[in-house]
Design a binder for this molecule. Structure first.
Ligand SMILES: Cc1cc2nc3c(=O)[nH]c(=O)nc-3n(C[C@H](O)[C@H](O)[C@H](O)COP(=O)(O)OP(=O)(O)OC[C@H]3O[C@@H](n4cnc5c(N)ncnc54)[C@H](O)[C@@H]3O)c2cc1C
Length: 360
């Protein structure tokens, strides 16, 4: 890849994980890259994730096979390239009875997840039954488990590593620098570029419209909140929240537990904060699953982020695609959607688009 786009000047608006990984890939291809970030690099949505590097096993329920496979490929990329900041994690899914559609659904889902990861598999899951379980303090309704493996990251140390890499690659970084004006001719404020990449996460559509550029996609802003609980757990769990329409993760988070997420439609992506009903929902879901009940007192902190989901025809946003979409207008490429995990795929696609432009 190195050196194929020598001397192209690229301006990136937005220094979340998508902008940062795109900058790294483009700089490695020989471009001269500048990032403009309104706050600090990796401080917005990218700092408020569930910390999973994953294909998204739950998206198999809505048959997002291509997206899941893509995520599994990228999961491998992160684990291979950042072994000190990522790890594999075993996640347990409970089921009540072997003679239930629930068991069959999880069994097939986990097998398919494993098959889709193919040579990049992180290992086979296992069955933990009532008789073999030990040290798993879940309530008696949940005593059998199927397990699978996914990736997890320490996003603080990983973010530091990514920032070091930007510096090493001599990417120009403007932090606390809000961009208001840009156009499809390659201009960002007073700077001129051969290509602009708009990687503003939930702000992409808003910024396009402010600059009178029509957006190809409608966006749903879906807030997701997490709690950090003052308890340690050894493995991850994925179980039904009390609403039964989505799963909750309880994951090891240093010596604490990370519990999330909620999903709530909001009007805009500014300053998302957890609401008391979300807190109650997460605490009640935890208590319906684990033996050792928690109260508000056990909550050390919380954080929320906004997913910019591409609107689908399906009214139920839980089933919306987690895939990314690239909009191209002359010298501007705008990025919609995606996950932390799939930032490398997004970046690769952008390098290919710019390379093809070079040839034509
Ligand atoms: C609750 C929740 C849980 C999640 N969990 C996971 C998970 O476990 N695994 C996973 O892979 N993904 C997860 N995701 C998805 C992941 O967080 C996002 O896909 C990813 O962080 C998006 O990165 P981004 O760079 O596109 O957006 P952001 O991180 O939001 O970056 C966009 C940047 O653009 C900047 N910006 C905006 N306007 C301007 C402007 N005018 N000028 C300059 N800069 C500007 C912002 O300040 C921001 O830093 C989760 C998301 C949420 C909300």
């Amino acid at each position: 890849m190195a050196g194929t786009l020598l001397n192209k000047k690229i301006g990136i608006i937005g220094g979340g994980v998508t902008g940062v990984i795109t900058a790294i890939f483009l700089a490695k291809s020989g471009c001269s890259v500048t990032i403009f970030e309104k706050k600090e690099l990796l401080s917005e949505t990218s700092s408020r994730t569930t910390k999973l590097l994953h294909g998204g096993i739950r998206y198999l329920e809505s048959f997002q096979i291509k997206e899941v496979k893509n995520g599994l490929n990228d999961r491998y990329w992160w684990l291979k390239n950042f072994p000190n900041n990522t790890k594999k994690i075993e996640i347990l899914i409970p089921f009540k009875s072997f003679f239930s559609t629930q068991f069959l659904k999880y069994f097939i889902g986990i097998k398919l997840y494993q098959l889709l990861s193919f040579k990049k598999s992180l290992g086979k899951g296992r069955l933990i039954s009532k008789t073999t379980k030990s040290n798993i303090f879940t309530n008696t309704n949940y005593e059998n488990f199927l397990t699978f493996f996914d990736g997890a990251m320490d996003d603080k140390s990983l973010s530091k590593k990514l920032k070091d890499e930007l510096k090493m690659l001599e990417v120009d970084i403007y932090e606390n620098y809000e961009i208001c004006n840009f156009n499809v001719a390659g201009q960002i404020d007073k700077f001129n570029f051969d290509q602009i990449v708009l990687a503003a996460g939930p702000w992409t559509k808003i910024l396009l419209e402010k600059n009178n550029i029509e957006s190809d996609k409608e966006i749903d802003f879906i807030k997701g909140s997490h709690l950090v609980i003052n308890k340690s757990i050894e493995t991850g769990f994925m179980f039904d929240g009390i609403c039964k329409t989505r799963y909750i993760f309880a994951l090891p988070y240093g010596k604490k537990t990370l519990l999330g997420t909620t999903e709530k439609r909001v009007d805009n992506p500014e300053n998302p904060k957890i609401e008391s009903e979300e807190k109650d929902y997460l605490i009640n879901s935890y208590n319906s699953f684990f033996n050792d009940r928690i109260t508000q007192e056990d909550v050390i902190s919380s954080f929320s982020g906004v997913r910019p989901l591409i609107k689908s025809l399906d009214k139920d946003f839980h089933r919306s695609t987690r895939d990314f979409y690239l909009q191209k207008n002359k010298k501007l490429i705008a990025i919609f959607g995606g996950k932390w995990t799939t930032a490398p795929s997004t970046a690769k696609k952008i390098v290919t688009i710019i390379e093809n432009e070079e040839v034509s």
